[in-house]
Write a protein that binds this ligand. Structure first.
Ligand SMILES: *[C@@H]1O[C@H](CO)[C@@H](O)[C@H](O)[C@H]1NC(C)=O
Ligand SMILES: *[C@@H]1O[C@H](CO)[C@@H](O)[C@H](O)[C@H]1NC(C)=O
Length: 457
């Protein structure tokens, strides 16, 4: 973390009252707007004077706790400026383009000397083309999505230069995103034009719906994402990230619609997320260190994947990955580490624990021999080294017999692989499971079903 922990606590303690304060303003319908279209959100004590009628009881009862919280934070964080898209010319009808309104609201908020909130109002839908919202900003900034942000369905709005992105947040420190609203990638058109769906088409990338680039001390809490064009949320080059209470949904047949993608980022926490898509639930890529995931529900989709690492003979480094308390439903993989033949570097210090598999195809899999490209991979050259991996308390059902598959490289075998308290059965008890291994040094603790490494390969 670049920011001292005291400072990040301060950010968090100011966030709580701010979120509550906005809830009041929205619930009571009260809003005070100054000439520039900026509504002020005041601290707990002055908030109650905004209310009227039925909102009062709510405001005064919560007002006390707001004041208590506000009193504990510095006086400079008790007043925020609100920048609603509606004050910047947005139509909010889901049909006309609101990209300019978003960009203008962001610029104004980003220049605000007071902590700023960019509001996507509730009950309305704002159509956006590709948009990049950049920092650094003068003060801390919150993107409050109450309504819906919807991507333009017109693919010609994207060109060769920007076709991999829809909404990008770049270089914003202390950014908070939340509000419980929806980010809708409107991806159906892109899916139909994917070479994974239509083999006759050339393979061209599609946009990631929401990308965070170089955002330190980022918090995304309470957001629905649906039908992304490709990856739903991507966290890249960020340090100090909290993602919580996210619901991500796309068709199980939609191509490459990963849920959460993390790369070149440190100190990342993901909690209480539900991800149902057509690709990886989470993909954890090169440069991810100290990632902690807890209470995650996945499926349909491809499950949790570390990798693929080391493509095109590249070097990859991943360490300190802790995946805890996960339920998977009908996913292709459960706990997976996937590295390309010919890469280098490492994936180490990894724990997958407390996982429940429901009809998962490959519940536990290390594939160090991955090759998915058109041209053949360099056979058994170098590899990304895989070590110190714990698979612990993993139970449930599989649809394929090979429930534990440690498929490691001949030249760089996997080592320090622990298998502990595992019970994986065929769905509907339709036969027994087995385990296959190649070049893996493993240790068993407790009871492990299937017995590790009995199958031939
Ligand atoms: C809240 O705002 C009021 C008026 O703006 C001010 O008098 C009061 O001291 C503030 N309270 C806190 C806890 O900052
Ligand atoms: C292990 O990897 C090799 C090389 O990709 C592949 O041919 C083989 O089928 C894999 N074994 C299992 C059990 O998946």
């Amino acid at each position: 973390m670049q920011m001292a922990s005291g400072a990040s606590k301060l950010v968090m303690s100011f966030m709580a009252p701010l979120l509550l304060a906005l809830t009041f303003v929205l619930l009571s319908g009260a809003r005070v707007t100054d000439a520039a279209g900026v509504a002020m959100v005041r601290n707990g004590s002055s908030l109650s004077s905004y209310g009227g009628g039925e909102g009062d009881a709510l405001i005064s009862s919560r007002g006390r706790s707001l004041q208590a919280v506000a009193a504990s934070s510095s006086s400079t964080t008790t007043q925020s400026a609100l920048f609603s898209l509606d004050s910047y010319g947005a139509h909010g009808d889901g049909a006309r383009d609101d990209t300019q309104a978003m960009a203008k609201a962001w610029s104004a908020a980003c220049a605000s000397p007071r902590p700023a909130v960019v509001l996507v109002p509730a009950g309305r839908s704002y159509l956006l083309r590709q948009v990049t919202l950049s920092g650094p900003c003068k003060s801390s900034i919150t993107l409050m999505v109450k309504g819906t942000l919807v991507a333009s369905p017109d693919m010609s709005n994207w060109n060769e230069d920007n076709r991999r992105h829809w909404i990008v947040l770049r270089g914003v420190d202390g950014l908070a995103v939340g509000g419980g609203g929806t980010v809708d990638g409107n991806g159906e058109g892109w899916w139909e034009n994917s070479c994974k769906i239509n083999r006759a088409l050339p393979c061209k990338g599609a946009p990631t719906a929401l990308s965070f680039h170089t955002c330190n001390n980022l918090r995304v809490d309470g957001l629905k994402m649906v039908n992304s064009q490709q990856i739903h949320m991507s966290v890249e080059d960020c340090t100090g990230v909290q993602l919580a209470h996210l619901s991500i949904t796309a068709l199980g047949t939609s191509p490459n619609t990963d849920g959460i993608h993390v790369t070149r980022s440190k100190n990342v926490q993901v909690s209480d997320c539900t991800i149902k898509t057509g690709d990886d639930c989470m993909s954890i890529e090169d440069g991810t260190h100290d990632l902690h995931v807890t209470r995650l529900v996945c499926g349909p989709g491809h499950g949790i994947s570390i990798g693929s690492l080391g493509d095109d003979n590249s070097r990859a480094e991943v360490s300190g990955i802790f995946i805890d308390t996960v339920q998977l439903y009908g996913t292709t993989n459960g706990a997976r580490i996937k590295t390309w033949q010919g890469g280098s570097g490492y994936a180490k210090d990894i724990v997958f624990q407390n996982m429940i598999m429901n009809s998962v195809k490959n519940p536990i899999i290390i594939d160090q021999n991955y090759c998915d490209s058109a041209k053949p991979c360099k056979a058994q050259g170098s590899a990304v080294e895989v070590s110190n991996v714990v698979f612990k308390n993993i139970k449930g059902t599989t649809i394929s017999q090979n429930a534990i598959n440690l498929n490691c490289s001949k030249n760089f075998p996997c080592y320090d692989i622990a298998l502990q308290d595992i019970n994986l059965k065929m769905v509907d008890d339709s036969g027994s499971t087995e385990s296959t291994c190649q070049n893996a040094k493993w240790t068993k603790y407790g009871t492990v079903v299937p017995q590790p490494c009995t199958g031939t390969n």
